[in-house]
Design a protein around this ligand. Structure first.
Ligand code: SF4
Ligand code: SF4
Length: 245
């Protein structure tokens, strides 16, 4: 009985010191800043991973210029991450005026990427969620009241340009404009990939171009139809070769 108890205590002490030796080894490495690839614990974000796996499911990215706003990704998403709107351009093609992905809700299941028929949606290897760490600045923090702020194409350009600049370099008017659209303490991390809405003038121009193209197409079809009818009539009226007379 006593021997068995002593045996258990000895085994317990052995495993305790084995664990402490491993922990101590990594602790010393980290304290000496020798961690690198050897360290089990990384001091993120000071020591971000240099290498991520090929199959890493990081930020989603949408190439808005080839997105057809079909909502297939939206339908596939189990947690309702997407908000999108489309407008028809002068060629009658849908363009993504708004394409927001709420990455603070995303569970990285990849279902949306598989559903996308145009391959415009992809998962990048980029895993850093803090917009301040993102060189491209396509991620913005927004609070709930900002989620539906309307951005036209010029606004999208201005937002991207201003958000890249240090805050102290912004004029008071620019700062106020930016603060109405993004909030560094907002609870939503939004990947904003839309092209921006048409302004009323651009919309009127796109509508006029589309209408003109439709009229030209209808006129060409009517002319072709009239020509075919005339040819059929001529053929019917012509005396058939080898006929009577
Ligand atoms: S990866 Fe994210 S956005 Fe895509 S379907 Fe899954 S939860 Fe939705
Ligand atoms: S990203 Fe793909 S699936 Fe989603 S709306 Fe655009 S084309 Fe459709």
């Amino acid at each position: 009985m006593i021997l068995s108890w002593l045996n258990d205590v000895t085994e317990g002490l052995q495993s305790f010191f084995t664990g402490m030796r491993t922990t101590g080894k990594f602790l010393v490495e980290n304290l000496r800043d020798e961690g690198g690839a050897k360290a089990v614990t990384r001091q993120y974000p000071l020591h971000a991973a240099e290498v991520v796996g090929e199959r890493q499911r990081g930020h989603l990215h949408n190439k808005a210029d080839i997105c057809i706003v079909c909502h297939a990704c939206d339908t596939a998403c189990p947690v309702d991450c997407f908000k999108m709107d489309g407008e028809r351009d002068g060629n009658n093609k849908m363009r993504a005026s708004r394409f927001d992905i709420d990455l603070s809700k995303c569970i990285y299941c990849g279902l949306c990427v598989r559903a996308c028929p145009t391959d415009s949606l992809s998962m990048t290897a980029d895993f850093q969620m803090d917009p301040r760490l993102d060189g491209e600045r396509y991620l913005f923090r927004r609070n709930s009241s900002q989620l539906d702020v309307h951005l036209d194409a010029a606004d999208v350009g201005r937002l991207q340009q201003l958000s890249r600049l240090p805050r102290e370099q912004l004029s008071p008017a620019d700062r106020e404009w930016l603060d109405a659209r993004i909030d560094v303490r907002g609870q939503h991390l939004i990947g904003m990939y839309g092209l921006g809405y048409f302004t009323p003038e651009e919309k009127a121009q796109a509508d006029a171009e589309r209408e003109a193209k439709k009229k030209a197409k209808d006129a060409a079809a009517a002319a072709a139809k009239a020509k075919a009818a005339a040819e059929a009539k001529t053929k019917a009226e012509a005396p058939s070769a080898g006929g009577p007379g």
